[in-house]
Each structure stands twice: as C-alpha cells, then as structure tokens.
Design a protein around this ligand. Structure first.
Ligand SMILES: NC(=O)N[C@@H](CC(=O)O)C(=O)O
Ligand SMILES: [Zn+2]
Ligand SMILES: [Zn+2]
Length: 429
C-alpha cells in the first residue's frame, strides 16, 4: 500500500468549508484522512509547513491540439504543462483536426489520455460538425463516450436557430454549452481591440460590441430553452454587465475570464509583439476594471486559461498574420496570486473557488473537493515564492506568452493526481 502524508499545510477547500492547519493522509491514491495531527510511520512525508494545500486546480478551457496540431502541443506536453501549473484536471476544446465532433475522436482522446497524460483530461465535443456552424455534431454519441460539455470554441455558432436547437438538444444529455462570443460580421479582419491603441497603431480593430451582441443573444437563447450556458473568456465591461443582469433575473449562466484579460490592456499592442495577439483581444483599462469587479461580486464564476499554444514560427510573422492565442497553463496561478490575491481583490479562498469547485460544478464533474475516500487530487502552493517567468523551462511546446521574464509571486510546489506526485519543485515526475 502506497501511503503519502502531507503535513502541516494550511488546507483551503471552499466547497468543504476548510481553511485550517491540517494533515492529509493519502492511501492507494485516495484521501484516507484529513485531521489535525496524523502520524504514520510507513507513509512518505511531505512537509507543507507555510504552504497552502488545495483541491487539485481545474482548468476548464485548454487547447491540447491533439489530434492534428501536434507541432503546437500534444496531450503529453499539454498535461505536463498543466501539472507544472498546479492543475490536476483540464477540459480540452474540440478545435483539433479532425474536430471532436463524433465519438471516435472522443475515444481516441480518451485512449491517448490513458497512455500519455499527466493529469485528468475531460474532452469537450463540438456543437456543430467540423465547427462549420451548419449541422449539429454527434452530441448524443459523444455524451456516451464521455464528453463533459459542447462548444464550438474558436467560433461562434452564427445561425441563431441552430444555436437554439443545440441548447434544446443537449438537455437530454445534461451537458452545458460553452459559447465563444463574437459577431464575425463586426470582427471582419480585426486583430486587436478597437479603440485608441488600434487607431494609433493602425491595426484593424474588433469592437467590444462584437462580443456583447453574442453574449446577449446566447443568454436569451439559454433563457428561452432553460439550458445551462457558460460564457468563455469574457473580455468586456458590457459583457460583464449583461451576464450580471441575467444572473439577477435567474438565468442559469456562468462565465469565465482568463488571467491575461484581468492583467493586461490593449496598450500592449504598441509593441506589435504577436504574443499578445489573442481572441478575444486584450481590452481597455476600463474593461479590465469591470472584469475585476465581476470576479469580486461573483458575476464571473471561473478563472480558466484558454491555454492556446502555437509554434514559434507561426507567431514569428507580421501581427496581422499571426494566429490568436496565449500559452497560459504555467503562469495562471502566479497571475491570480500576483494580480488578484496579493492586491486584495480576491481572498485566497475566493480565488481557489474559481479554480476548483466552480469549474467542477459548471462541468458537472466530481472534482474540486477534498473528501475522504475520493481520488486524491491536490495542489500545494507557495504564496510567497517570487520568481521570473522562464519560457525555456515551460513544459508546454507553446512559448507564446506575453509574461516572459516577468517577476511574479506564488507558485505551485507540488501537484498530486490520483494520489501520485506528478510535479514537484518544477520537475515533472
Ligand atoms: N483564444 C485564442 O486566441 N485562440 C484559441 C481559440 C479560442 O479560444 O477562441 C485557439 O484555439 O488558438
Ligand atoms: Zn474562444
Ligand atoms: Zn479557447
């Protein structure tokens, strides 16, 4: 029997009402005991004194790129990156090649996960076949194969009546719909936020209304069909306001933001660095402020990375031609701590909620808690560790981050998945 004893940490699990100095004993991959003083001579001991111990972090929005774009990322490299970032579970988006629009592709991701993944992987199926927005994907078969949600992420389902149909149809399978909101007719050739900085750089702009129109549409459709809707990567003040109002009148809508959208503004585009090119684009300081308010008052339930790795040579082109996306798994927790927790915007408990139980609840997965007899997924965090982001040490193939060389606070020290240590002190085990 394999025994692991995590001693002396401050255990924070909002869903279990825990915020105390506690020991945790893991036996054969499961949590065996959580209490004040556990002694176990046979167990391997981990000293968590002055550290925070939380349920394993969950990232409900990542692009693992496999199958089809293995030069950008694979299930192996992407889940190593997740483990390095303190995540024990990720949900992966279906914009692969082939698209995850049928059960065979879901099965293949499950098989590859079993063989190569360092953390739990929960596949998301597409809403429409080939993400083409024309007919529904094989949602029922994919549900049987184990998807946790559907999304055409990367694209909006343009046809409102097809989106309505999708929202009706998923009810039979109890799946949430995750929507990527942009009105393509307003986006056109846009590559950055439309505003002062797009004007002075001459880069084509994407107006905030492009996002807000679709957020409003999808919320109305969710309301009409009574289906849970999750809004991906919220980036504008107006979107926060629309979601807040919808929640107030009882619509079952949830929302996420990414670390880059609560950290950076569109002023960054004056560098023309393609590593800040992302969809939705970095917005104005006013939008960032509104997003933070949304995090504080609960309008925004989840922090998710939208980890979108790209190959170096793909980003090393003129701004207009570079693909959208930021590699996010290995800086997310530090950005949450540096930008939200240290300045007192969120308490550490609130931050952990948005990284554990809240995404678990959106996806309806049995994760995000610390409970005896459950699989031991845990993250040990050092809140005070200060370090410089080193992209050469990234496990992700995607080095496309605007945070390279930045000094950040707070780091995951240890990631445990199913009782197994998968990352310790920046090393994948
Ligand atoms: N966010 C991005 O900029 N890119 C994502 C697509 C998406 O999340 O919409 C990608 O797949 O590269
Ligand atoms: Zn998207
Ligand atoms: Zn995405």
């Amino acid at each position: 029997m394999k025994r692991l004893l995590i001693k002396g940490g401050r255990v924070i699990s909002p869903a279990d009402g825990l915020n105390d100095k506690l020991d945790i004993l893991i036996v054969d991959g499961k949590i065996a005991e959580i209490s004040e003083e556990i002694e176990d001579a046979q167990a391997e001991m981990i000293n968590a004194l002055d550290k925070i111990v939380t349920p394993g972090l969950i990232d409900m929005h990542v692009h693992l790129r496999e199958p089809g774009f293995e030069h950008k990322e694979t299930i192996e490299s992407g889940t190593k990156s997740a483990a390095a970032g303190g995540f024990t579970s990720v949900a992966c988006m279906p914009n692969t090649n082939p698209v995850v629009d049928n059960a065979t592709v879901v099965d293949s991701i499950m098989d590859r996960t079993k063989a190569n993944a360092k953390v739990n992987v929960f596949p998301i199926g597409s809403i429409t076949k080939e993400l083409a927005g024309e007919e529904l994907a094989e949602i029922g078969f994919m549900a049987e194969a184990g998807i946790v949600a559907v999304s055409d992420d990367g694209k909006t389902v343009k046809d409102s009546s097809l989106m309505r149909l999708a929202l009706e149809y998923v009810k039979a399978f109890d799946l949430p719909v995750i929507t990527h909101c942009e009105d393509e007719t307003l986006v056109k050739e846009g590559v950055v936020n439309e505003g002062y900085y797009s004007t002075i750089t001459g880069l084509p702009g994407i107006p905030t209304a492009a996002e807000e129109i679709m957020v409003a549409r999808d919320i109305r459709l969710a309301e009409m069909t009574n289906t849970p809707l999750h809004i991906a990567h919220v980036s504008t003040k107006g979107a926060v306001e629309i979601i807040r109002a919808a929640k107030q009148r009882g619509v079952e809508v949830t929302a996420e933001v990414t670390p880059h959208h609560f950290t950076l503004t569109d002023e960054e585009i004056t560098t023309f660095d393609t590593n800040i090119k992302v969809n939705p684009p970095l917005r104005s300081a006013e939008d960032v402020e509104a997003i933070k308010e949304g995090l504080v008052d609960g309008t925004i339930d989840v922090i998710a990375t939208d980890h979108a790795p790209h190959a170096w040579e793909e980003k090393d082109v003129e701004f207009n031609y570079a693909p959208f996306g930021i590699s996010g798994l290995e800086t997310a927790l530090s950005l949450v701590i540096t930008e939200l927790v240290k300045p007192g915007i969120l308490t550490i408990e609130e931050a952990i909620e948005k990284l554990t139980i809240n995404p678990a609840q959106v996806l309806n997965i049995d994760k995000g808690r610390l409970e005896v007899e459950k699989e031991a997924d845990l993250t040990v965090i050092d809140l005070d560790e200060k370090y410089r982001v080193d992209i050469d040490k990234f496990y992700s193939k995607g080095k496309n981050t605007p945070f390279a060389n930045q000094k950040l606070y707070g780091k995951p020290m240890l990631t445990i998945v199913n009782g197994k240590q998968v990352m310790k002190d920046n090393q994948i085990l």
